[in-house]
Ligand binder design. Structure first.
Ligand code: APR
Length: 232
């Protein structure tokens, strides 16, 4: 009888670390090099759009130089093989899950390879640098911004995420510090609905105590091993 449990898998910057992308809260991470209030708030975009666009241009350019790692490929393999419900909810704005082949997924914090029109809300694919005041193809306004959910803004797809959490039998958190809400609260929501919770992370996260089981180590080792176990 195939395992048809419902899975919700939350990923954070730690799953992309071994691909060479910086995480946020490590000692030399992105928030050690830049102030959040300078590059990741609506006020920052208003007051210094050049700095904000430049920050995301640099991260978009870095993305073009890295590849998905065994953790991304393992989740894509699970997605393809799993007969039950499965949803990968990533906090990451990189496209490494997609490039590994993941299908059933969403980006709750937006994506580097997308642009958002601050005037009409249109979202469109975007590659390369994004000049300040670029024109929206849908409405023509010079109002294109990085399609990134800034601190103080509402993450995408919260209804879909909450529905998936309410129906999950297993919630797995991979490579996230558990420092930022609402993602940091998903484990509690899933458990309140009766799901089992597993954390796969380099070290204990801020939310480790909420998990039934925690495995600590690099995602490129832990995730393929966990997927093999699940598909055995
Ligand atoms: N394998 C597994 N986990 C790892 C690895 C690795 N190779 N390297 C680092 N980690 C873990 C770290 O131990 C840490 O717990 O990944 C986590 C990364 O935490 P953060 O840098 O805080 O990144 P994240 O949890 O994704 O941040 C959440 O905060 O700044 C906002 O919007 C931004 O989406 C981001 C959100």
């Amino acid at each position: 009888m195939p395992d048809s449990r419902g899975l919700v898998i939350l990923t954070g910057a730690g799953i992309s670390a071994e691909s060479g992308l910086e995480t946020f809260r490590s000692s030399d991470g992105l928030w050690a090099q830049h102030r959040i209030e300078d590059v990741c708030t609506p006020q920052a975009l208003m007051q210094n759009p050049q700095l904000v666009h430049g920050f995301y241009d640099a991260r978009r350019a870095a993305l073009a130089t890295v590849e998905s790692n065994p953790a991304h490929h393992a989740l894509a393999r699970l997605d393809a093989a799993w007969t039950g419900d499965l949803l990968i909810v990533t906090q990451n704005v990189d496209d490494l899950h997609e490039r590994a082949g993941a299908q059933r997924m969403l980006h709750m914090h937006g994506q580097l390879n997308s642009t958002l029109c601050a005037h009409c809300g249109d979202q469109s694919p975007w590659r390369g640098d994004m000049p300040v005041g670029a024109q929206c193809r849908a409405c023509g306004a010079p109002a294109l911004r990085p399609d990134i959910v800034f601190f103080g803004e509402i993450p995408y797809d919260m209804d879909r995420i909450e529905t998936a959490l309410s129906q999950a039998d297993l919630f797995v958190s991979i490579g996230t510090s558990g420092a930022v809400y609402p993602a940091a609260g998903f484990v509690r929501m899933a458990r309140a609905y009766g799901a089992q919770a597993l954390e796969l992370n380099l070290e204990p996260s801020e939310g480790s105590a909420w998990f039934d089981e925690c495995r600590h180590g690099p995602a490129s080792l832990l995730v393929p091993a966990w997927v093999d176990e699940l598909l055995a």
